[in-house]
Design a protein around this ligand. Structure first.
Ligand code: FES
Length: 114
């Protein structure tokens, strides 16, 4: 029997941090809801991508943020990833990383759990 109400439930959210906990240009790893997420702040905007480089299993949150390009650079071999799409912008990575939705309220940044 199917649950006819399941489509109407609001998306589940998981709080990551306060809006001011990350400085502009900073990236930080969060392990939440079984996901490994790199949260990046550029100006007052936030982006969340999978925190596993698609080239090798390496934390993207350890890399350098490029605010002007809206990218983050993997610190292991130098691939950059577009924070809006998760697509790699340079080799050696060729596959995208997941992009996650965020909900920002007055104080907090929360992940939309997929
Ligand atoms: S592990 Fe990220 S580019 Fe190689």
């Amino acid at each position: 029997m199917s649950d006819s109400t399941s489509d109407t439930h609001p998306p589940r959210r998981a709080r990551l941090c306060g809006r001011t906990d990350l400085a502009p240009g900073e990236a930080r790893r969060f392990d939440v809801a079984g996901l490994r997420v790199a949260l990046v702040r550029i100006g007052d905007d936030f982006y969340a991508i999978g925190d596993r480089c698609s080239h090798e299993d390496y934390s993207l949150a350890d890399g350098e943020v490029w605010p002007g390009e809206c990218e983050i650079e993997c610190s292991k071999h130098g691939s950059t990833f577009d924070l809006r799409t998760g697509e790699p912008c340079s080799l050696p990575a060729t596959r995208p990383v997941p992009v996650y939705g965020l909900v920002l309220d007055e104080a907090d940044v929360s992940l939309v759990v997929p």
